[in-house]
Design a protein around this ligand. Structure first.
Ligand code: ZN
Length: 332
C-alpha cells in the first residue's frame, strides 16, 4: 500500500511547535492522507487484533488527575521554585521505579540555567527500547499566570499514567516486549521568543549522550507527546516524523475507531523529536498544534485545564500504547 501525499505548496509549512507559529493558513484545505489500510505495517489483521487486545490502556480519570495535580504546580520555567515543585511531583510519582537523572548546566542567550531530564526505565524481555517523551517545563518569557495545562502539562500527566501501568507490568520481572523508557525532558522551550537555536536543550543533550554511550543503537522508536490534551483533538501528520511509525499509530487508532482524530492536517513540526531523528532514531511526534481557534491558546495564559478533556488523554494515550503493542508484535 502506498501513502498518497497531497500537499498544498502555497504556504511554507514550517510549524514551530513551541514558537508562536500559527497553523498554516490553508490547513483546512489539506486533504487527509491517512493510510487506508493497516496491511502495510507487516502484520496480518489477526496479528494486529491480537496485539491490540493485549495493549495497555490508560485510565482516563487517573490520567486526568495526574494532569490536574501536575498543572497545579504552576508556572515552571528553568531555575524557578515552580520548576522544583514540578520535578518533585514527577519524582514522587516515580518512587520505587528505576529512575535516572540527567542534569547539567546549559548556556543560553539569557545566561546559564540548570536543566534536569528525568528518565524512568521499565525492563522488557526483548532487546531494544521504546522511548516515550514529554517536556515538562514552561516558557521563561511568559507571565507567571501561564501554567501550560496542554503545553507540557497534558503529556507529563499522561506519561505518569504510563508509569503507573508499566510499574504493574514489571512487578514480577521484565515484561513481554521491549523495554520502555519514559523521558520527562526539560528545556524544550526557548529562553527568548525566537525558537531556532534557543530550544530543545534537554533532548539535544540526551541525544548526544545516548549516541556517545551507544544507547541510541538500542532505541527502536522515540514517541513524543506534546499538546495532546486538547478537547478538540486533531493529531498532525508531521513530516519530520517517521511515516512508518505514523502508519503503525494509525493501525492502533483504527482498532479503537479513533481515525478521525489523526492526520487531518499535513504539517512539519519542530519539536523534541528532532535531536533523536538527527542521530538516526525513528521518531514520531504526537501533537495537536491547533489549540483553540487559530491556535490562539498556545503560549498564552489561556492554556488552562478547561480546554482539555480526559477523553483526549485517553485517545492520545491509547494510540501511543497501541503503537508500542504493535512494535512489540513486530510491526515494520
Ligand atoms: Zn510550548
Amino acid at each position: 500500500m502506498k501513502l498518497v501525499r497531497l500537499f498544498i505548496f502555497c504556504a511554507v509549512l514550517a510549524f514551530l511547535a513551541c514558537n508562536s507559529s500559527k497553523p498554516a493558513a490553508h490547513a483546512s484545505e489539506v486533504q487527509s492522507t491517512a493510510p487506508d489500510s493497516a496491511s502495510d505495517i507487516g502484520l496480518t489483521p489477526q496479528q494486529i487484533d491480537g496485539a491490540m487486545n493485549a495493549a495497555l490502556k490508560v485510565d482516563p480519570q487517573r490520567a486526568w488527575e495526574f494532569v490536574k495535580q501536575f498543572v497545579a504546580t504552576g508556572s515552571r520555567p528553568l531555575g524557578s521554585a515552580g520548576h522544583k515543585r514540578a520535578e518533585d511531583y514527577i519524582h514522587a510519582h516515580l518512587r520505587g521505579d528505576q529512575v535516572e537523572d540527567d542534569s547539567f548546566t546549559q548556556d543560553t542567550p539569557t545566561g546559564k540555567f540548570p536543566v534536569h531530564n528525568i528518565i524512568a526505565k521499565y525492563p522488557g524481555k526483548n532487546p531494544g527500547i521504546v522511548v516515550f517523551l514529554s517536556h515538562y517545563e514552561t516558557n521563561i518569557w511568559l507571565p507567571k499566570t501561564f501554567v501550560g495545562a496542554n503545553d507540557g502539562g497534558s503529556s507529563t500527566g499522561l506519561l505518569l499514567e504510563f508509569a503507573r501501568l508499566l510499574r504493574a507490568q514489571v512487578k514480577n520481572g521484565p515484561m513481554d516486549g521491549y523495554s520502555v523508557w519514559l523521558v520527562f525532558d526539560d528545556g524544550e522551550e526557548a529562553m527568548q521568543r525566537e525558537w531556532a537555536n534557543d530550544s530543545l536543550y534537554g533532548t539535544t543533550h540526551l541525544a548526544q549522550k545516548w549516541q556517545q554511550e551507544g544507547t541510541a543503537k538500542q532505541i527502536k522508536a522515540v514517541l513524543l507527546a506534546d499538546m495532546i490534551g486538547d478537547a478538540d483533538l486533531n493529531l498532525e501528520r508531521d513530516h519530520n516524523s517517521s511515516a512508518r511509525l505514523q502508519a503503525i499509530a494509525y493501525a492502533a487508532a483504527e482498532h479503537y475507531g479513533y481515525q478521525s482524530h489523526l492526520y487531518a492536517r499535513d504539517t512539519e513540526i519542530q519539536d523534541d523529536h528532532l535531536p533523536f531523528a538527527r542521530i538516526g532514531i525513528p521518531v514520531m511526534d504526537f501533537i495537536d498544534l491547533d489549540y483553540g481557534y487559530n491556535n490562539s491558546f498556545h503560549h498564552t495564559p489561556e492554556d488552562t485545564l478547561d480546554k482539555l478533556s480526559p477523553k483526549s488523554l485517553e485517545i492520545s494515550g491509547d494510540v501511543m500504547l497501541g503503537t508500542l503493542a504493535l512494535l512489540d508484535a513486530g510491526a515494520k
